[in-house]
Design a protein. Structure first.
Lengths: 283, 289
């Protein structure tokens, strides 16, 4: 059984190493590349499109993660109340997360449609606006629309994971606090939040990681348009590598994501360690 | 669990109207927003074309529902083939991953070799590497092996993200099985293999089920590998086929698109609804570790 572990590790690390190596070559589909050193990176850093894509990716990740966290935590707190049909609610809330993203993105595409959007229809009926909104037509609207779709998909994961954390908090703490006469905000701020921090760190690391490298949603909704306003690192890397045939350049873009991911993982790892130490843990 | 008993605790402090405002109303809005796209998907799938293009009338309901979109989807497009492919690929890669993960997880947890801890950490880190970084090198490997544009390309690459996750999940389960059971078996002269098959696996059935469901839904939902490694229509999976082939020209067939999205989501939703508890425990277990 030991060999299984070894084989696995080799198979999993080999593509990663190959990816980094490809980033230093000018490999194209169907031809073996030559070593070109840092040329790919030099070109990419000098390219204004790459910088715009980096901005898009950061904007997308930061706004979507913050919204997912706030709304997800709120939903978790709501589900933690003493509700009738609790497990039923928990089950249906998770649906957006388990359905294939590409397919739910199609549904969003239909909801955002320039001519038949149900949202525009409703707003016109209510007299708020007078013409249909081109949700995916202008740069900022498209950015916001994709963030909303991503948040919709991500909330269940955050909420259900945090709910599991909430359920481990002993109710006696809240009772003690109630006797001391604290307000519900203080109860949240001084009991719930500190005890939940470790699990928040893990959940948000996952969430940030998968938002940063998101591909499907953008590919289905906008393919990076309009005017590259919603292009993310992952979609740009795909576009250069597969339809464009420039495997080397695509691999370089993908490799550029690694430091960000690494920083993100380290951040949560050390954050967790500090907390463990504060709470008297010895690991 | 006596949770129901405990959590009644302080509810009497809140009056009913207050609970409506702080709990039920926001929860209702959340559920509505989270489910609306599915409702909209379903209602569109059953609407006749004429009603889809109308700007008048009530768009939230359907007058005279029709199955014509489903019929056209299944008979005039390669959708049926995609569905079969997706099932084949998901089931095969799930089996491969579960077998590999059981062996790997058991080895890491119970064969006390040097570096077991590091190997466990490496598995976790491997799970954190997202497919959108790996698809280019994997495409190069798939080309070299001559697997491009075959189902095998997907069956063999999906385990690269399924195995780390399943291994991580199963490691948690194996850790919860007491050592004493194995020691007894060792005294009785059982081999490592017998211990694994006769003692550990039966005890880890819930873990195996959660890992299996996870692997199945993850491979059903996979998009970027299927998009990159497959080019001919006969071997495409549902998500990729829908996005690359049903969207053509300027006139979108919304009815068919939504019908396809609904049918493609149904299998995972059904599998999920049977095993919700396993799914949730697997997900939260994996995060908690």
């Amino acid at each position: 059984m030991l060999p299984t572990v070894a084989i696995l590790l080799v198979f999993l690390t080999y593509p990663l190493g190959l990816g980094v190596w490809l980033g230093f070559t000018d490999t194209k589909i169907g031809s073996i590349g030559e070593w070109v050193g840092l040329d790919n990176y030099r070109y990419l850093i000098g390219d204004s499109l790459t910088r715009e894509v980096l901005f898009n990716t950061l904007f997308y990740t930061v706004t979507a993660s913050i919204l997912k966290f706030v709304l997800g935590l709120w939903l978790a707190l709501l589900l933690n109340e003493n509700l009738p049909l609790k497990s039923f609610f928990r089950a249906i809330v998770l649906l957006p997360w388990i359905v294939p993203t590409a397919l739910s993105a199609l549904a969003f595409w239909w909801i955002y449609d320039a001519q038949f959007s149900i949202v525009s229809w409703l707003l016109i009926r209510m007299g708020v606006i007078h013409s249909y909104i081109p949700f995916l037509g202008t740069p900022w609207l498209a950015r916001i629309s994709t963030v909303i779709a991503n948040v919709w998909r991500g909330i269940p994961f955050v909420a259900i994971s945090l709910l599991a954390g909430l359920q481990t908090i002993s109710p006696t703490l809240y009772e003690a606090a109630a006797i001391d006469g604290v307000s519900s905000w203080q109860r949240f701020r001084y009991i719930t939040l500190p005890l939940l921090t470790p699990i928040i760190a893990v959940v948000m690391t996952f969430s940030v990681l998968f938002t940063f490298t998101d591909f499907q949603l953008i590919y289905v909704l906008t393919r990076g348009g309009p005017l590259n306003a919603t292009h993310l690192m992952a979609t740009l890397s795909f576009q250069r590598a597969i339809p464009g045939g420039e495997l080397g350049e695509g691999a370089a873009i993908a490799t550029m994501m690694v430091p960000f991911l690494f920083a993100c993982v380290m951040f949560s790892y050390f954050g967790l360690q500090r907390r463990g130490w504060q709470q008297g843990g010895d690991q | 669990m006596s949770k129901a008993q405990e959590s009644v605790g302080m509810d009497y402090l809140q009056s009913l109207p207050r609970r409506w405002v702080t709990v039920y109303a926001p929860l209702g809005i959340f559920v509505f927003v989270l489910l609306f796209p599915f409702y909209w998907m379903a209602i569109t799938a059953f609407k006749p074309d004429a009603q889809l293009a109308m700007h008048t009338g009530n768009p939230f309901w359907v007058v005279g529902p029709t199955l014509v979109h489903f019929k056209r989807l299944l008979l005039d497009t390669p959708y049926k083939g995609w569905l079969i492919n997706t099932v084949l690929i998901s089931v095969a890669s799930t089996f491969v991953s579960i077998i590999a993960s059981v062996l790997a997880a058991y080895a890491i947890e119970r064969l006390r070799f040097r570096g077991a801890k590091q190997a466990g950490l490496a598995v976790f880190l491997a799970y954190l590497i997202p497919p959108s970084i790996l698809f280019i090198p994997l495409a190069a490997i798939v080309f070299k092996l001559g697997l491009f544009d075959t189902r095998w390309a997907l069956i063999l690459t999906y385990p690269t993200f399924l195995i780390p996750f399943c291994t991580w999940l199963l490691m948690g389960y194996f850790r919860s099985i007491p050592y004493e059971l194995e020691e007894c078996a060792l005294i009785d002269g059982a081999t490592r293999w017998q211990i694994l098959v006769r003692i550990i696996l039966p005890l880890a059935v819930p873990g195996l089920i959660s890992a299996g469901i996870f692997a199945f839904t993850l491979s059903w939902n996979e998009f970027i590998y299927a998009l990159t490694f497959i080019s001919s229509s006969e071997v495409k999976t549902v998500p990729v086929g829908m996005v690359t082939e049903l969207i053509e020209g300027d006139v979108y067939h919304w009815g068919e698109l939504m019908a396809g999205a609904l049918l493609g989501s149904l299998p995972v939703a059904v599998v999920y609804s049977f095993f919700v508890e396993y799914y949730v425990s697997g997900m939260t277990g994996a995060v908690k570790e």
